[in-house]
Design a protein around this ligand. Structure first.
Ligand code: ATP
Length: 341
């Protein structure tokens, strides 16, 4: 659906040139909820604003639904943009217009007859669950309701792509979840491709199918969410994952375990149905090792279970080796945090 090819965006100022996007290429397939995560200043907003040419790229191509946006201007660009909705952290609603009038706005600009606009607005109010707020003004709405209006307005022209720039960053955790659930429903029911820009891994974990990590203007890793969570390739990727699945052990504990003979500390990660398998019971029975559970968590990545378990294994070198063979045979991701002495 979206193909970003060798995208570069530089800003020039009196202080010099800033390269906000440095040679980024990415493919976002149709129907994906594609998360792009990065720290403040990494280049996320610039990247997403290049996708609908709110920012003009310095070089590179942006293909959306087979059309190279960088080659368009004027009316052709305005038309292509109708296929790309966008929502923002601070909503940007028109304060002097009602909810209905805000949602109708892009349709008025597109020149639709009034009657059709009213029918479409009604559909959209139903879609985002705001029928009872049709005549309210933005100042009378909660943050979550404002973002629902933003979503309805963004979908008014029936786009195939929705860009979300930190769409839940101004909302409390409960409201964030309700907006993410709404976006997931829209993705599934309308087949909309969604690009989520965020600095919060919990947003990625909740609804994204794929994720790219952007750091200092470059994509440092990308892939299906499950693969990136199980086997992050970059340090910054690991740090983001640790914000939702913390698994660091206190240093004093590691020092204490380092004095144990014939012992090692391992971290096992489980995905999907494996998370409910009795792996540890089987491990102890099969390999005759002893296990000391140090940390465990089970959560979900979208609707897939994701578990991590940190263990101290005790046994002879042969028994520990046997335990590794056993875990490998169960196709589990195992990481040795501290080796045997
Ligand atoms: N209009 C501009 N003029 C000059 N530099 C800019 C401009 N917009 C962004 N930058 C710079 O480009 C880099 C990337 O900024 P960008 O806003 O895309 O990052 P971000 O990841 O979205 O960060 P944040 O989450 O803090 O908004 C930063 O160094 C920023 O200072």
């Amino acid at each position: 659906m979206i193909q970003i090819k060798q995208l570069v965006k530089k800003y020039s100022s009196r202080q010099g040139t800033v390269t906000a996007i440095d040679d980024v290429s990415l493919h976002i397939p149709p129907g994906a909820i594609y998360g792009i995560i990065g720290l403040s200043g990494a280049g996320k907003s610039t990247l997403v604003r290049c996708l609908n040419l709110l920012e003009k790229p310095t070089s590179g191509q942006i293909m959306v639904a087979g059309q190279d946006l960088t080659k368009l201007s004027g009316k052709a660009l305005r038309q292509a943009r109708q296929n790309i909705g966008m929502i923002f952290q601070h909503f940007y609603l028109l304060q002097s217009r009602t909810v209905t009038e805000n949602i109708a706005f892009p349709l008025e600009i597109a020149g639709l007859p009034k009657k059709e606009i009213m029918v479409r607005v009604k559909e959209l109010l139903h879609l985002v669950g705001l029928e009872d707020k049709a005549l309210a003004y933005p100042s009378q709405l909660s943050g979550g309701q404002k973002q629902r209006v933003g979503i309805a307005r963004a979908l008014a022209t029936k786009p195939q792509v929705l860009l979300c720039d930190e769409a839940t960053s101004a909302l409390d955790p409960q409201t964030t979840l309700s907006i993410l659930n709404l976006l997931r429903d829209i993705n599934q029911n309308l087949g909309l491709t969604i690009v989520m820009i965020t600095h919060e891994m919990k947003v990625i974990k909740e609804i994204c199918t794929d994720v790219a990590v952007i750091h200092e203007a470059r994509i440092v890793e990308y892939g299906p969410v499950e693969s990136v969570f199980i086997q992050p390739q970059s340090e910054i990727g690991r740090e983001f994952i640790a914000t939702v699945f913390p698994s660091e052990l206190p240093a004093e504990l590691l020092r204490e375990f380092a004095t144990h003979q014939d012992s090692e500390i391992i971290r096992i990660q489980f995905l999907g149905s494996r998370a409910s398998d009795p792996i540890i019971t089987d491990l102890l029975r099969t390999c005759d090792v002893r296990a000391n559970i140090l940390y465990g968590s089970i959560d979900h990545l979208r609707s897939t279970l994701f578990g991590t378990l940190t263990l101290e294994l005790q046994g002879t070198p042969e028994q520990l080796e046997g335990a590794h063979h056993y875990l490998a045979s169960r196709e589990l991701k195992v990481e040795v945090i501290q080796g045997a002495i």
